[in-house]
Write a protein that binds this ligand. Structure first.
Ligand code: NAD
Ligand code: UDX
Length: 476
């Protein structure tokens, strides 16, 4: 069997690499319109950082896994084609700011229709609105050449960045949605056969196409909802003296609730949660289900509130002004073990501090410096990119980032931050020295002993902070 995957990104890359590893009898060609991205996939430094990915790619590349810009040949030769292109939120036109922009999916479908000379199974791997498969089928069938048959399947991807290889190797489930016809069932069987190379058959779930499409949006909405729920309680904890970690543990031990995804944080980021919930909201509005739309909107509103609340806490603690103060930002990626910064909470934190006149010293072990500057000078973040460039310094080492700063703000839960020499850091910082732990990963008792003022999510440490929560502003 020959497989082609259109879109060599965070999903297409790891998914095809694992598929190639587990299916030596299948040839997989991953294509992308970006020649730069394909060149990186063919080089020593892959375009994305993902633990374990390098090893898998090295093993399979040019054996049964190929990276190419020759989309035409790959489509022509393939029996099965994954569409794994990006589906961002629309930035203009109807549905702007909420609906998924399907222009890349549409262009992939049009390419297939134009190029295909034999039957194809087309698999929607991208996350799409419910009934998107219908639009793809419409494009394919409207341009169908005589004698060519298309089947279209939905096969959403559930991997999380930072754990993608493990998630793919040990998927909780693989979901395949198809048409309820004899041909539809056959196509489902063919895709299922690929996964059966390494996934137990009982973990391969088949549904109708619309259920499969909606399940992907639903899964992300549920996951994000848990984070917003625990983050909402973190605000209650800070105001009352409860500890959100203790609350999460007590709640999560109920086997009906479960303990995963209850880590209070500075707010969820990543390219999926917000985009997919906005997409769900848009669908609900269009289906005239405003109450359902409002319900899911609240998950996003709570996340925005959490990001704002954390940023505001930094400013308030630093005597209500950060103007010209140097602040170290440790971690810029939206979570650990990835270099991805899409929708990272660090952008909101940095944006707020920059607007208040702070100077930022940023360190992240995997995010490229150019990416940080691009994110912070984006028109949606600032009107004066030149000023931002002057106020931001990127460091290649955490100790140089924290030197002579007033505060250290931890935005990403990288393991290496836990083991830093905080005595050394304290000595090199301005006094009073503040730590704002947006991920709750540091040993706060120890930091307090060293002399730091510590603020975190969902737990109050400082007397001054407690007084402020009672409406008493401490005297300087
Ligand atoms: P990405 O931006 O990293 O990669 C998409 C790639 O598609 C880009 O390299 C782009 O150049 C390419 N592309 C776009 N249109 C093309 C075309 N017509 N022809 C050839 N190449 C084209 O995106 P991603 O993070 O891999 O996400 C892809 C899809 O998977 C999205 O729908 C996303 O919602 C979904 N998803 C993402 C994740 C994740 O963790 N990132 C997880 C599950 C599902
Ligand atoms: C998510 C889904 O988990 C995955 O199934 C889907 O395919 C794509 O979207 P991803 O965004 O890569 O994956 O990472 P995830 O681990 O879900 O984290 C998303 C954000 O939530 C991160 O910013 C993370 O730090 C945050 N998070 C996660 C929390 O704040 N608390 C938690 O308990 C878990």
């Amino acid at each position: 069997m020959k497989v082609c995957c259109i879109g060599a990104g965070y999903v297409g890359g790891p998914t095809c690499a694992v598929m190639a590893l587990k299916c030596p009898d299948i040839t997989i060609t991953l294509v992308d319109k970006s020649a730069e991205r394909i060149a990186q996939w063919n080089s020593e430094k892959l375009p994305i950082y993902e633990p374990g990915l390098d090893e898998v790619v090295k093993k399979c590349r040019n054996v049964n896994l190929f990276f190419s810009t020759d989309i035409t040949t790959a489509i022509k030769e393939a029996d099965l084609i994954f569409i794994s292109v990006n589906t961002p939120t629309k930035t203009c036109g109807s549905g702007k700011g909420r609906a998924a922009d399907l222009k890349y999916v549409e262009s992939a479908a049009r390419m297939i229709a134009e190029i295909a000379q034999s039957n194809k199974i087309v698999v929607e791997k991208s996350t799409v609105p419910v009934r998107a498969a219908e639009s793809i089928m419409h494009i394919l069938r409207a341009n169908q050449k005589p004698g060519i048959h298309y089947d279209i399947l939905s096969n959403p991807e559930f991997l999380a960045e930072g754990t993608a290889i493990n998630d793919l190797l040990n998927a909780d489930r693989v979901l395949i949605g198809g048409e309820e016809t004899a041909e539809g069932h056959q196509a489902v069987e063919k895709l299922s056969w690929i996964y059966e190379h390494w996934i137990p058959k009982k973990h391969i779930l088949t549904t109708n196409t619309w259920s499969s499409e909606l399940s992907k949006l639903a899964a992300n909405a549920f996951l994000a909802q848990r984070i917003s729920s625990i983050n909402s309680l973190s605000a209650v904890c800070e105001a009352t003296g409860a500890d959100v970690s203790e609350v999460a543990r007590a709640v999560g031990l109920d086997s009906r609730i479960g303990s995963k995804f209850l880590q209070a944080s500075v707010g969820f980021g990543g390219s999926c949660f917000q985009k997919d919930i906005l997409n769900l909201i848009y669908i609900c509005e269009n289906l005239n289900l405003p109450e359902v739309a409002a319900y899911w909107q609240q998950v996003i509103d709570m996340n925005d509130y959490q990001k704002r609340r954390f940023s505001q806490k930094i400013i308030e603690s630093l005597f209500n002004t950060v103007s010209d103060k140097r602040i170290a930002i440790l971690g810029f990626a939206f979570k650990k073990n990835t270099g991805d910064t899409r929708e990272t909470a660090a952008i909101t934190v940095c944006q707020t501090l920059l607007e208040e006149g702070a100077k930022l010293e940023i360190y992240d072990p995997k995010v490229e410096p150019e990416q940080i500057i691009d994110d912070l000078t984006h028109p949606s973040v600032t009107e004066s990119p030149e000023n931002v460039k002057k106020a931001v310094q990127i460091h290649s080492d955490p100790y140089s980032a924290v030197r002579a700063t007033h505060a250290l703000v931890l935005c990403t839960e990288w393991d290496e931050f836990v083991d830093l020499d905080y005595k050394r850091i304290y000595q090199s910082m301005m006094k009073p020295a503040y730590i704002f732990d947006g991920r709750k990963i540091l040993d706060h008792e120890r930091l307090l002993q060293i002399g730091f003022h510590v603020q975190t999510i969902g737990k109050k440490y400082q007397r001054a902070g407690l007084l402020r929560s009672w409406g008493i502003v401490p005297q300087l």
